[in-house]
Design a protein around this ligand. Structure first.
Ligand SMILES: Cc1ncc(COP(=O)(O)O)c(C=O)c1O
Length: 372
């Protein structure tokens, strides 16, 4: 940090109550941590095959079904390894021959690469667009359409419309699940990890699966294709039906995710969370639009993420802003490293208080003024 940066001290009355604005792992609510401390002595350090843990897994599964208003026959699967592992698993047990991928950022492109390298699958169709935009699917002869609900690397949100009824639609909802409305009619598999909008910790994947997705898993898992056991969604399915995971999960991650889902459901459900995130993100986008030195990175207003706000800066070093914020207790506003822009990235997940987003904007004004 330069001497100027080090000397900037944001007045206490401007600071948010909680300075965590990271895009994941993200702010975990204090109330969830307090409940965790209550249950921890009879939960942490106990067998993950016994009722205490099964109850929490079931609470999480039922809570997610309620949160997403899932039809009765949908199921919530879970396993270890986060969304990255789920891509590998999907390449074995959800894609039959060929998939089409919308690639518009780091995460959507990573899944496409997994499939490109899978020797048992045909070359996928990849439809790309430049960072900050979202491409459209092109109905074709594939058995899976894959897209990302919210591109965490760029702050672009996709509209979920099933391209065709003849193929499965798989949605990476890692930074969207629990924060952005979606319609289960348009999707077959909505998968995510809970360290973002669900304000928990990492290491777990969760997937809401339609009957068609379950049927595909059962067909491919029970078929001739060799699948490593840890990636076998058929094994994950039978464990999930018993409120279990195939191997030992992080019990804390499961508990904190269940707490968050329950909190959102009790507060008004997914629409409530969606509205809260839109209010917070609008605060940031309006702040940037009203400044001469800043502007939202995503041009198309309808593509702007309600949970990951990317803001470009001109004539001010965005890296310096993030460094000064961090030194003052406001953390993880740095741009996605590989995007390489003069940018900050601010998460407005449901756990983030809208009043803290107001405070962040006041702090940004203070820091920019001080830096110039
Ligand atoms: C959209 C998206 N997909 C996938 C991932 C990877 O998730 P995990 O780290 O749980 O494997 C991330 C993580 O940032 C993400 O934002």
């Amino acid at each position: 940090m330069s001497a100027t940066e080090t000397s900037i001290s944001i007045p206490a009355e401007l600071l948010p109550e909680d300075g965590r604005f990271g895009s994941g792992p993200s702010k975990v609510r204090q109330e969830a941590l307090t409940s965790f401390l209550d249950i921890a002595p009879r939960y942490l350090g106990t067998s993950h095959r016994q009722n205490e843990v099964k109850r929490e897994v079931s609470r999480l599964q039922n809570g997610l079904s309620e949160l997403f208003s899932l039809p009765q026959e949908w199921e919530i699967l879970l396993g270890n390894g986060g969304s990255t592992l789920f891509w590998d698993a999907a390449s074995f047990n959800l894609i039959d021959f060929k998939s089409q991928h919308l690639s518009f950022g780091e995460f959507s492109s990573k899944f496409a690469t997994v499939v490109q390298k899978a020797p048992h699958l045909e070359e996928p169709e990849i439809i790309s667009s430049v960072p900050g935009t979202c491409p459209a699917a092109d109905p074709s002869n594939v058995d899976v359409y894959a897209l990302t609900h919210n591109e965490t690397s760029t702050g672009v949100t996709a509209t979920l419309n099933r391209p065709s009824k003849d193929a499965l639609t798989l949605v990476d909802a890692t930074s969207a699940a629990g924060a952005i409305n979606w319609d289960s009619d348009q999707v077959d598999c909505y998968y995510f990890a809970p360290q973002k909008a669900l304000a928990s910790d990492g290491g777990l994947w969760l997937a809401a699966c339609s009957p068609a997705a379950i049927a595909r898993i059962e067909k491919l898992s029970g078929g001739e294709r060799w699948t490593p056991a840890g990636l076998d969604l058929g094994i994950a399915l039978s464990n999930s039906r018993q409120n279990q995971t195939y191997n030992t999960p992080s019990l804390a991650t499961i508990f904190l995710a269940a707490e968050m889902v329950e909190w959102i459901n009790a507060s008004g459900g997914l629409s409530w969370a969606d509205e809260r995130c839109r209010r917070s993100s609008n605060t940031i986008y309006e702040w940037a639009s009203d400044r001469t030195f800043a502007e939202p990175f995503v041009n198309q207003i309808s593509d702007r993420s309600p949970v990951v706000c990317t803001i470009d800066f001109e004539d001010v070093d965005a890296g310096a802003i993030s460094r000064v914020l961090r030194a003052n207790g406001i953390v993880d506003t740095e741009s996605y490293r590989k995007l390489g822009r003069n940018q900050i990235r601010v998460a407005t997940f449901p756990a983030v208080e809208p009043s803290d987003v107001d405070a962040l904007c006041a702090c940004l004004d203070f820091v920019v003024e001080a830096l110039s």
